[in-house]
Design a protein around this ligand. Structure first.
Ligand code: HEC
Length: 101
């Protein structure tokens, strides 16, 4: 039992060091961990543009959000090495829910 706990603790430490969200993190948790520094906790924008209701991002198709997250855009870095496809999907769902108000 003790060994299992140590392995679990280590995997939490490792994942937080490389900035990878937990496998079961929600879209909101992923957003707050990886995106809110630049786009604001309420999607209001900052270093990066606002992403909430009425913004360009809200008008764009899902593929645009997906390509932006996976490949990066302009000064925004790529997140291909820190997110699984499922996590990118959760993130897009979270953006869509928040954009809907
Ligand atoms: C280091 C800062 C930074 C981080 C972290 C970041 N972004 Fe960005 N993001 C930007 C910048 C800057 C742009 C504008 C890029 C351009 O058009 O030149 C941008 C653009 C975007 C766009 C396109 C907006 C538009 O109107 O065209 C989306 C969508 C987006 N980011 C989503 C995300 C998501 C989701 C995350 C988290 C996985 C994230 N960003 C993390 C800086 C960041």
């Amino acid at each position: 039992m003790r060994r299992v706990a140590i392995v679990a603790l280590l995997s939490v430490l490792v994942s937080s060091c490389v900035g990878r969200p937990e496998a079961d993190a929600t879209g909101e948790e992923i957003y707050l961990q990886l995106c809110s520094n630049c786009h604001g906790a309420q999607l209001e924008g900052g270093v990066g543009p606002a992403l909430g209701p009425g913004t360009n991002a809200a008008e764009q198709p899902d593929e645009y959000l997906q390509v932006t997250i996976v490949e990066g855009r302009g000064r925004m870095p790529s997140f291909s090495s820190s997110l699984t496809n499922d996590q990118v999907g959760h993130l897009i769902d979270y953006l869509r829910e928040t954009q809907a108000g």
